[in-house]
Design a protein around this ligand. Structure first.
Ligand SMILES: *[C@@H]1O[C@H](CO)[C@@H](O)[C@H](O)[C@H]1NC(C)=O
Ligand SMILES: *[C@@H]1O[C@H](CO)[C@@H](O)[C@H](O)[C@H]1NC(C)=O
Ligand SMILES: *[C@@H]1O[C@H](CO)[C@@H](O)[C@H](O)[C@H]1NC(C)=O
Ligand SMILES: *[C@@H]1O[C@H](CO)[C@@H](O)[C@H](O)[C@H]1NC(C)=O
Length: 847
């Protein structure tokens, strides 16, 4: 257990069953300079958070931390594959409760940019497309193709209609200020010829026809038609020019880090360079900047894209995978945002910046309405209604520079921007990091209320007796295990058979080997091999029940030697996917498993074309099918104690029980001693795991922030497994029966639908004071809570009565508990911060 500890217990739980109007209704339009919100141009900082990459219990804290960090907007994609797992059957619950997510954003006073796509890329399985989409007859994705357009329009309309029904658009008093149709299609358009161009026009018209009433963007789409704004994605977007002079400069994805692959290094983008990129963007006329990602989170279950993207989607973002602030990144950006906000009046007042060359690689951009008419001197500063703000940049990658600006000297570190909200005083320089570096205290607790099941393929040879003592095991059958098997002649395409209901597909046949073959091999020293033109992602070859080879790769050629016995041999191939392709043209044709010829070579009478044989197919694993990882099913499944002398076996399920660590800090599980597989906690799929090791070299000892960033710069983790820690969201650690018994024990009468807040100190500690309690619209986050406009005055006394002097307590989050509704029609939150102290010692002291 990896236990990240905070001194305080801080919780905020929302009571969300309330019809919402978050803002006074307002319209959103735009001009060449900025988005115009309720009649005013705005400079906007946006924080990318993908709702299914966290749990609903985590959302309020992530949104609060974004707001505290200076964000005005939350941005998310919409994940079609999660919302329509089967065609026509929609799902909007749990991590896919997008309505709840949008309402939480609105309740916190932030705006929302909803990127519907519905192709989203996002390092998400199949780019967010449901896998059933590829089975629609005649379909070609993302082009002028009738079956595709029909499905796309149906889903986009479904989402827009849902948002309108829930009154979530700005003109309805909701937080949504902007939408997105398609996603980085400009990179693919040429692959589709004229039909691609037609598709862009169709997508734009279709989106505009839905009557959402807020602006739409297309990112990386230089030919975005009409009123659709073409937006920039990249590491740097300063100087971006939209395709019409009435469109503002928007940066939909500022890549503040990068994703990682199994066996890859971990990317890091230095915050000095990131702040430089953001400051340069606003310096040169930009007006909306979104961090992709502000919180990356986790690819739970089998949602990670690929091939080969890891379960963590930390992204080196300002809020880490666990929801903790990543310092100094979060803090330095917060300071940057505060500096930009000081400039906002001048930035929005000027139609464009006034440019001053300060040196060969140094320049100033000055924003003031006075500059153009009256010349640039100080007499007007202070007189100007909107003020004057300036950005001084040194784009020299190596050297600091000294510059003179409006008669005053400034020194500029290399690759940096200084921000002067009054054109005189520097309040921020991107290269000078003032934010503290936080140290997370890591505690190792070992593990009874929660079950871990891990399906694991290759157990490490090293036997760790302590860790394995309490493990139970269950063998997974090798090969066909159910009535659902079927036999046909030929090799089938992997996804056509699995429909991605599982990563795994078994293929079984029999190979006859004659005496002649055996003597041929002995005499010629030739060894037979299975030879495949092309294969992805993982292939395991079994002969007569024994694993004889494994191949890993993305469309790689396979030549795998095999050993056969005389007579009939049982020949098994297992193909596995590790995240479906999420980027590229013609995804519907990509498929998985094998391509081209599949044959056995090295036989006396020539090669055997395996596609002419009869094959028996079996989709998935028995344990997956019977859901042996769930609380209900796992006890029925015949687990055995793991014996320490047992030979490590391929294809085994493991389970153990552990205590939930006390407190509310994030929890992570170290799976560094396992091989490759998938893991569940209390039936929740925490993701794929794998101990693939990153290359030994390519990591820099010193990370130099100066100069243009790319994802290979400043990477870490060389020679180590790419991922060993796996996030277990706190809310998944509570077995449902435990929660239910708490409801029954509660002092207050609350019905089962009421959320409750549960506080617990470490063992031996009691709550000595309640530092903060507010039921209403409290603001801020841990240790920085404050009362909002709505506050039940008895909050502190109710919480104190329930909790003081106790090791743990629960309080229902409802109007009933707090003696009435403190503000009708508003989503209410209960935030509590308590201090834990060890109780007075009882005993005798020896003198
Ligand atoms: C928004 O614009 C529409 C159409 O121009 C107008 O009817 C409506 O009154 C505006 N709403 C607000 C809140 O300004
Ligand atoms: C400075 O600005 C003032 C007021 O706008 C103007 O009268 C004056 O001529 C300017 N001086 C120079 C040197 O441009
Ligand atoms: C495979 O399917 C066949 C035909 O449905 C069936 O007779 C056989 O029992 C199945 N195999 C297993 C292991 O269930
Ligand atoms: C997948 O199945 C479809 C229809 O069953 C077929 O048209 C297509 O060719 C198959 N794809 C491959 C790669 O075999």
């Amino acid at each position: 257990m990896h236990h990240l500890r905070c001194l305080f217990l801080c919780l905020a739980i929302q009571f969300a069953a309330v019809a919402a109007e978050f803002f006074k209704p307002f319209n959103v339009t735009y001009d060449h300079r900025a988005l115009i919100i309720d009649g005013n141009r705005r400079m906007l900082i946006s924080a990318g958070i993908h709702y299914p990459r966290a749990t609903p219990e985590m959302w309020p804290d992530l949104i609060a931390k974004s707001k505290e960090g200076g964000a005005d907007v939350i941005q998310t994609y919409v994940f079609w594959s999660g919302h329509e797992p089967q065609r026509g059957q929609y799902y909007f619950e749990g991590r896919y409760d997008i309505v709840k997510f949008v309402k939480l954003v609105g309740a916190s006073g932030l705006y929302l940019h909803l990127r519907i796509g519905p192709y989203v890329c996002a390092e998400w399985n199949f780019g967010g497309f449901p896998v059933w989409l590829r089975d629609i007859p005649g379909i070609v994705f993302r082009t002028d193709n009738a079956p595709f357009k029909e499905e796309m329009q149906r889903f986009v309309k479904k989402i827009v209609d849902l948002m309108r029904e829930e009154k979530l658009f700005s003109w309805q008093g909701g937080p949504i200020i902007m939408l997105q149709i398609e996603n980085e299609y400009g990179n693919m358009e040429s692959s589709y010829g004229q039909r691609g161009k037609e598709y862009v026009k169709w997508a734009a018209n279709m989106a505009l026809g839905l009557g959402a009433g807020v602006p739409w963007v297309m990112c990386k789409q230089v030919d975005a038609p009409g009123s659709i704004i073409d937006a920039c994605n990249g590491y740097y977007c300063d100087g971006y020019k939209p395709n019409a002079n009435n469109k503002p400069v928007l940066w939909t994805e500022d890549w503040d880090g990068w994703y990682a692959s199994w066996g890859g290094r971990l990317p890091h983008r230095p915050v000095e360079d990131l702040a430089f990129a953001v400051a340069r963007f606003f310096q040169r006329g930009g007006s909306f900047q979104n961090y992709y990602m502000y919180f990356g989170g986790t690819n739970f279950g089998r949602t990670s894209g690929g091939p080969f993207y890891i379960t963590s989607y930390d992204y080196d973002a300002p809020i880490d995978e666990y929801g903790l602030l990543s310092e100094p990144k979060w803090g330095h950006l917060k300071d940057l945002h505060a500096a930009i906000k000081l400039c906002e009046p001048a930035l929005v007042a000027a139609d464009s910046p006034h440019y001053i060359k300060l040196g060969p690689k140094q320049e100033a951009h000055v924003y003031s309405t006075e500059v153009h008419t009256k010349g640039l001197n100080f007499t007007w500063i202070g007189k100007s209604q909107s003020g004057c703000s300036a950005f001084l940049a040194n784009i020299d990658e190596h050297k600091a520079a000294s510059v003179t600006f409006l008669g005053q000297k400034y020194s500029l570190p290399p690759w940096s921007v200084s921000i002067l909200p009054d054109c005189r005083n520097v309040v921020f320089n991107t290269a000078k990091v003032g934010a503290q570096t936080s140290i997370k205290i890591v505690k190792f607790d070992l593990p009874p209320s929660s079950a871990v099941s891990a399906q694991k393929q290759f157990i490490s040879k090293k036997k760790n007796s302590d860790a394995m003592k309490s493990w139970m095991t269950l063998e997974e059958p090798i090969g066909v295990w159910s009535e659902n098997n079927f036999t046909v002649r030929g090799i089938l395409e992997h996804l056509n058979v699995t429909k991605d209901h599982s990563d795994y597909l078994w293929h079984r046949t029999r190979i006859f080997v004659s005496d002649d073959d055996i003597s041929f091999w002995e005499e010629s020293k030739i060894s037979p091999a299975i030879t495949i033109d092309s294969m992805r992602d993982v292939l395991r070859v079994f002969v007569n029940g024994q694993l004889t080879g494994s191949v890993i790769g993305h469309w790689v050629k396979v030549v795998q030697p095999v050993r056969f016995l005389k007579g009939y041999n049982d020949f098994l191939l297992l193909t596995q996917t590790v995240g479906l392709q999420n980027y590229g043209a013609f995804l519907e044709k990509d498929g998985a498993g094998f391509r081209g010829q599949v044959k056995l070579t090295g036989f006396k009478n020539g090669d055997i074309d395996l596609s002419t044989l009869s094959w028996t197919y079996q989709v998935g694993l028995k344990g997956e099918f019977f859901k042996i990882y769930t609380i209900e099913e796992n006890e029925k499944s015949g687990w055995a104690e793991l014996s320490l002398d047992a030979d490590p076996s391929t294809f085994t399920w493991y389970k153990t029980y552990f205590d939930s660590p006390a407190g509310t800090d994030p929890v992570a599980l170290n799976l560094g001693s396992m091989g490759k597989g998938q893991a569940w906690v209390n039936g929740h799929h925490i993701g794929r795991y794998w101990t693939r090791v990153a290359p030994k070299d390519g990591c820099q000892e010193i990370c130099d922030y100066r100069g243009a960033y790319n994802s290979d710069k400043c990477s870490t983790n060389c020679g180590k497994p790419t991922q060993t820690w796996y996030h277990i969201p706190r809310s998944w650690l509570q077995a449902s029966k435990v929660v239910r018994s708490r409801f029954l024990d509660g002092k207050v009468a609350v019905n089962d639908l009421t959320p409750e807040i549960h506080l617990q100190c470490q063992d031996g500690f009691i709550m000595s004071s309640i530092e903060f309690a507010s039921y209403g619209t409290p603001q801020g986050s841990c240790q920085k809570f404050s009362e909002g406009n709505c506050h039940a005055s008895n909050s502190l006394s109710i919480v104190s009565e329930a909790c003081l002097g106790k090791n743990s307590c629960s309080i229902g989050v409802s109007n009933l508990v707090f003696g009435g509704d403190p503000c009708r029609g508003i989503v209410k939150t209960l935030a509590v911060e308590a201090r834990c102290r060890s109780p007075p010692a009882v005993g005798f002291s020896q003198l």
